[in-house]
Write a protein of this length. Structure first.
Length: 177
């Protein structure tokens, strides 16, 4: 029942810049139009869990909704999902452990955890089993960090590193007990 992070970060550990933008992710030349393994990853997961900020960011993209898997939206402020996303996005709130247990009981075993605050909350509860982090060679100097404060260290084992388009590095980590 792994909870998996799949995300890109700057060299200095930010997932968005100081203006909460992610335009810098698209500065890397990609002549082959590769998705860098994202489609394969999506084929291996059962559902996504993301926070409101990430949902709003993805919903603002000028494209169709990019996920074919169900998205569980963590929010304490939203009362309903926008009509365009009904049947695709499901609003959930409560304790993270309970939400994960409920999703697992529904047969959703492999969860993709996305969004800065959401990832940090899952890490604080020691609910992240794997992390796949692609490092983009840019220093933003500030913004939204991937990691936040923890009450205790969490140890991960490095599984693999893959060099992509001559400048990105995708690292795969697995949680150690």
């Amino acid at each position: 029942m792994p909870n998996i992070v799949y995300i890109a970060t700057s060299l200095d550990g930010f997932i968005a810049d100081q203006n909460n933008q992610i335009d810098w992710l698209h500065d890397i030349p990609n002549p082959e139009g590769s998705d860098f393994g994202f489609a394969d990853f999506m084929n291996e997961i059962d559902a996504l869990v993301m926070g409101r900020n990430t949902f709003e960011m993805v919903a603002s993209f000028d494209c169709e909704w990019p996920y074919i898997k169900p998205v569980y939206l963590l929010s304490t402020t939203m009362q309903s999902v926008p009509e365009a996303y009904e049947g695709k996005v499901f609003l959930v709130n409560g304790e993270i452990e309970e939400i994960v247990a409920q999703l697992n009981q529904q047969g959703l075993q492999r969860l993709y955890i996305d969004g800065g605050k959401t990832i940090q909350s899952f890490l604080e509860k020691d609910l992240i089993d794997e992390m796949i982090i692609t490092t983009i060679p840019i220093i933003l100097g500030g913004g939204i960090p991937l990691f936040g404060a923890l009450s205790a260290p969490l140890k991960f084992k490095h599984q693999s590193a893959t060099r992509l388009v001559d400048c990105l590095v995708k690292n795969h980590y697995v949680r150690q007990p």
